[in-house]
Ligand binder design. Structure first.
Ligand SMILES: [Cu+2]
Length: 110
């Protein structure tokens, strides 16, 4: 079956329009009782990564990392997306600003 040129162009255009971040690695992170789970997150270096953070507590938390230059409020019971990277290989600490003593973690890019 020969596709008309216009149809072919439409297909190509829609492929080209597919958001580039559609196939970024995704990592799920939870906050429970003012702690991050898992506290250690391994991600591929050199790629943008989608962190999906769910706050299971009934109080808000703020995801913060100076090394990754990220700061985002996570309301109680909500899920937010935070894009990080591309990161060079290394360790990138993060913490919960509202519970700094317990809400601590690290992203390891390798
Ligand atoms: Cu802050």
């Amino acid at each position: 079956m020969k596709l008309p040129v216009t149809a072919l162009l439409c297909v190509l255009a829609s492929l080209a329009a597919t958001p580039a971040f559609a196939n970024n690695p995704e990592v799920a992170l939870s906050i429970r009782e003012h702690r991050f789970e898992p506290a250690e997150v391994k991600v591929p270096a050199g790629q943008k990564v989608k962190l999906v953070v769910t706050n299971h507590d009934n109080t808000p938390e703020e995801f913060e990392s100076h090394e990754m230059n990220r700061e985002k409020l996570i309301p109680a019971g909500k899920t937010v997306t935070i894009f990080i990277g591309p990161l060079k290989p290394g360790r990138y600490p993060f913490f919960g600003e509202f519970n700094e003593k317990t809400a601590r973690g690290v992203v390891i890019a390798e």
